[in-house]
Design a protein around this ligand. Sequence first.
Ligand code: SAH
Length: 380
Amino acid sequence: MRRYHPWIFSGAIGHTTGSPAEGDVVEVNASDGTYLATGHWSPGSIAVRIFSFIKCDADREFFLGKIKAAYNYRLIAGIAERDDTDTWRLIHGEGDGLPGLIVDIYGSVAVLQAHSAGFWHIRQMIAELVTEVLEGRITSVYDKSEGTLPFMAHLGALNGNLAGEDPGSSAVVTENGFKFRVDWKTGQKTGFFIDQRDNRELLSKYSKGRNVLNMFGYTGGFSVYAMKNAALVHTVDSSAGAMSLADENVKMNFGDDPRHKAVTADAFSYLAEMKKDYDLIVLDPPAFAKHQNVLTKALQGYRRLNAIAMERIRPGGMLFTFSCSQVVSRDDFRRSLFVAAANTGRTVRIVDQMGQPADHPVNIYHPESEYLKGFILHVE
Ligand code: SAH
């Protein structure tokens, strides 16, 4: 606590006064009674998620200040007011001192995702504050918390519009000048992997003239950037819905271009059958480890996946490889890449390292905030 980590685990609590319900605002005191922090209560293993280390009322004014600060930071970081990008994250949980709350902006629609009962209870107020802070830039706030709230809380949450006009289910947004259809109703997360924006841009630096495989391609984020200059781009994902959106997204930017093909397939079967067809491979799998207890298995998964890609990539090929598992550290991930490389015996060099963009800031007191790790590897 005194080092500002925003989580208190249940085992660290000496005693509880009163009987807080899930989502209640609670104060945390040291054993000598001095005030430490204020946060949301939860009966799970993370018992309190801290949003203030200074005594506060946790009222409308308090959260208005937090949301204003999050917005100002994104203005300073050059993200919230760009002509070529209207897709960005306004609130990134712990990274913005609001553990349990995500708000993403898709053009004129904000999508809110509560990961804790505390923020779900005050979602209406948060929606109003977001609308106020963005001063007319957004016309709707959609709540997509149904799948992210703690299951045991039995909150009966239903996704739906919280403020403003009905936003429908999708919109065409702009990222670095490229167009994407984002479907917040049926898509993953809040609809789009905004966190890969800078890494996608980096990809187009390396994709010129190359045969690109975008594995775990989802709606074709990396594929659209590669289409700028690649010889061919194959997008692969196990979700047929994602593949049809990937096709639509490529078409929206490049028309009916024969260089692109979307394939619905399982990654491991596709890679097992693949010949040395590609000289740029993107591997952006879903989180292999959601909990610490499956870390070893997850690391094996990363090693296996990367080993096949390193084995099959053409000489001189580039690998863009990611892990978005919060419990896998950058060192852990790098070690599994090292073992994968050693097993193939090929000469592998680290060209660059990738992370999260500035609108997904890492709270220095909460190392777990650094969930997205990526390496660009050159394979001889
Ligand atoms: N790179 C994407 C995000 C990838 S998210 C972007 O920038 O938008 C991970 C994707 O992996 C999801 O779309 C999911 O459908 C897909 N996936 C999960 N398991 C898979 C498997 N076994 N084979 C292929 N795709 C899989």
